[in-house]
Design a protein around this ligand. Structure first.
Ligand SMILES: [Zn+2]
Length: 160
C-alpha cells in the first residue's frame, strides 16, 4: 500500500510551531483493510513508543493487527523523521505533518485530540498542552496582550 501523508489544515491566529509532543503522542486513526475493505468502527491510536514485530522477521511497525473480517495481517508504522510542525505561514493551507508506512491497509480518518503544543509568533510564549478535539482552540497570550487560536482544524490523507 505504501506511504500515506496526513495533511493538516487550520486557521492559525498568532501562534506557530504547532506540533505533536513526545513519543507518547497518540495518532487516532480509522484504518481500512486493503484486502476486504473493512473499516474499523472504533478509533485506534498508534504512538512512536509502540513497536510490534512483523511476521517473518521483516522488522517492526507501530501496530500489527489481523483484520477482523478477513484475518489478513496488516501493519502501520509512523515514520518519525517525517513529523513536521504546522506554522503561522501554513495557515489555511494543507500541509503534511506526518507520514505512515502502511502494509495491507490505509488510513481513512483522523481524530486530533490532546498532546499538541504551539508558541506565540512574536512572543515565543509556550502553549504546551493543546487539545484539538473540538477542532477549535483558543487562549490568551499575556506577554503581548492578544488572543491566540487554532481554528477549523481539518485534514486529508494523500498517497506519497
Ligand atoms: Zn480485511
Amino acid at each position: 500500500m505504501g506511504k500515506f501523508g496526513l495533511q493538516f489544515k487550520a486557521t492559525v491566529e498568532h501562534v506557530t510551531n504547532i506540533r505533536p509532543v513526545g513519543d507518547d503522542f497518540r495518532w487516532y486513526l480509522k484504518l481500512k483493510c486493503g484486502n476486504c475493505g473493512e473499516i474499523s468502527d472504533k478509533w485506534q491510536y498508534i504512538t512512536l513508543m509502540d513497536s510490534m514485530p512483523l511476521k517473518g522477521g521483516r522488522g517492526s511497525a507501530s501496530m500489527v493487527q489481523k483484520c477482523k473480517l478477513c484475518s489478513r495481517e496488516n501493519s502501520i508504522d509512523i515514520l518519525r523523521d517525517t513529523i513536521t510542525s504546522y506554522n503561522a505561514d501554513d495557515s489555511e493551507k494543507f500541509k503534511t505533518m506526518v507520514q505512515f508506512e502502511c502494509r495491507g491497509l490505509e488510513p481513512v480518518d483522523f481524530q486530533p485530540q490532546a498532546g499538541f503544543s504551539a508558541e506565540g509568533v512574536e512572543s515565543g510564549t509556550q502553549f504546551p498542552d493543546i487539545n484539538l478535539q473540538e477542532r477549535d482552540w483558543t487562549d490568551y497570550d499575556e506577554k503581548v496582550s492578544e488572543s491566540v487560536g487554532i481554528y477549523e482544524v481539518t485534514h486529508k490523507f494523500i498517497k506519497c
